[in-house]
Write a protein that binds this ligand. Structure first.
Ligand code: FE
Length: 174
């Protein structure tokens, strides 16, 4: 580590990290150079794993959409944090629009329908999703779900098929 000479503040912590603390995760190209890292989950819809927390039951990913329409109607049992990197999207149930550079908090208990409007050529949003996304019909009846484990499984299958290898996903799991 580079340290300015004679500056007493530039002293690293002198002790080992706790042995139970897992290694940190540093991804220089969150928007990946290699297009194969994007895992397809629909018609011109992909996610890119960043942190898949199997031990805590949440995941952080980028969602990329290059088609207009309804992505999913879903319920959140736990909170979600989102940061829009590109484009915009909205929920049919709310008046607001999530726009480039914007942050969104989705509260536990929310059920909503994510749509991308026709004039948006590409949307990329970072989401931190806790617990699960429960997919529902307009009356709230469950039609499916995703959690960190279904996300890991989708990554494994995609990376096994496209040459990165199923073990490629392991680097994102904590
Ligand atoms: Fe949501």
């Amino acid at each position: 580590m580079t340290t300015p000479q004679n500056n007493p503040e530039w002293i690293a912590y002198r002790h080992p990290q706790p042995k139970e603390s897992p290694p940190e995760l540093v991804i220089p190209d969150a928007i990946p150079q290699d297009e194969r890292v994007w895992v397809p989950v629909g018609n011109r819809v992909w996610f890119r794993p960043l942190c898949l927390s199997a031990s805590r039951g949440y995941w952080v990913n980028l969602l990329k959409v290059q088609s207009a329409g309804v992505l999913s109607r879903h319920r959140h049992p736990q909170p979600v944090h989102g940061y829009v990197l590109k484009g915009r999207w909205r929920y049919l149930e709310h008046d607001w629009v999530a726009t480039e550079g914007g942050y969104v908090y989705e509260a536990p208990g929310e059920t909503h329908t994510l749509v991308v409007d026709a004039d948006v050529t590409e949307m990329i949003t970072l989401f931190q999703v806790n617990g699960a996304m429960i997919y529902v019909d307009p009356d709230g009846n469950t039609t499916g779900y995703d959690d960190v484990f279904t996300r890991i499984d989708k990554c494994r299958r995609h990376y096994a098929a496209n040459g990165l290898g199923e073990g490629y996903v392991d680097q994102f799991i904590r």
